[in-house]
Design a binder for this molecule. Structure first.
Ligand code: SAM
Length: 279
């Protein structure tokens, strides 16, 4: 069974997620991408399961396995949608975070192929967690000279472990890892760059926060930018944010992979929403 079906418990307990999952697989397609050469290329090179996986995938997955076995506890300070109050702290095992917070390998691979295939230069990830998905993004981006990946994490202990992960994978110099709340770090990062080429939002899954990050980043988007939102069916609020983003006049193409949603601003293309299957 594919690894992205890992969260069966979450799926069964979350009626909104389950309903949308069934709907997505009933109406999504492989075929309608043929009408758009741009989306066809995206599907062929990034979304479709590739025949030969680079060796680094195995290295990253070995690190993930070690994290899943790590029973050490840390002080987890939550600034996201799950926190009862912002900055609420509790003791959590590294293994618990590694099992519940990280994108499964199949989705992380897609993110690798996206940064590998397209020459995105300025990349921002909101939500580093233990750094597994960041490592996929960074490894793909290393293909392109001058690509710069910034990742932001609010919890200090988690940020520390992500730093160790980057060192273990020899990615220390490829990743600019920032500690702090998205609310304070994101505006500073955006101030420093002229263009934002790729944004991956994987943290603080509320409708309000997601739309806020979208609107802030939109000011630095250009016609070839890509914004990716994680967990667009995680809650009614996230689906509402996704629907509003799709309707935004600057958004042209969107690609809904159920687990993540891709947003493009290509002026040369008519507005069109795709729903594709990840298998
Ligand atoms: C789902 S995890 C990210 C998983 C990671 N992208 C991966 O797949 O490897 C979300 C992370 O975002 C962080 N986070 C959530 N809201 C935040 C905020 N407002 N500011 C800073 N960090 C935040 C959480 O501490 C958590 O570690």
């Amino acid at each position: 069974m594919n690894r992205y079906f890992f969260c069966i418990k979450h799926t069964l307990l979350n009626i909104h997620y389950l309903k949308n999952f069934i709907r997505h697989y009933a109406i999504s397609t492989f075929v309608d991408v043929l009408h758009s050469p741009f989306v066809f290329e995206l599907y062929e090179y990034c979304i479709k399961k590739q025949k030969h996986a680079p060796a680094i995938f195995r290295d990253i997955e070995n690190v993930r396995t070690r994290l899943i076995k790590n029973k050490q506890t840390l002080n987890y300070t939550d600034y996201g949608a799950n926190s009862k109050q912002t900055g609420f702290s509790k003791r959590v095992k590294v293994s618990t975070l590694a099992r519940n917070h990280l994108k499964p390998a199949r989705i992380a691979e897609i993110l690798y192929y996206i940064t590998h295939h397209y020459p995105y230069q300025n990349i921002i990830e909101l939500g580093t967690s233990l750094g597994i998905t960041t490592s996929y993004l960074a490894t793909g981006a290393q293909t392109h000279l001058n690509a710069k990946l910034h990742t932001v994490e609010g919890c200090s202990d988690v940020h520390g472990i992500a730093g160790e992960v980057f060192k273990q994978l020899n990615l220390g110099s490829a990743i600019h890892s920032h500690l702090g709340n998205f609310n304070t770090v994101l505006p500073k990062l955006l101030e420093e760059i002229n263009d934002l080429d790729l944004l991956f939002v994987d943290g603080n899954h509320t409708c309000e926060a997601t739309l806020d990050y979208f609107n802030q980043c939109l000011l630095k988007a250009h016609k070839d930018s890509l914004f990716i939102f994680d967990d667009i069916y995680w809650s009614k609020g996230m689906t509402q944010a996704w629907e509003e983003i799709k309707k935004h006049p600057k958004v042209t193409v969107t690609v809904d992979l159920f687990f993540i949603g891709l947003v493009y601003f290509r002026t040369e293309q008519v507005k069109q929403d795709f729903k594709l299957r990840v298998i």
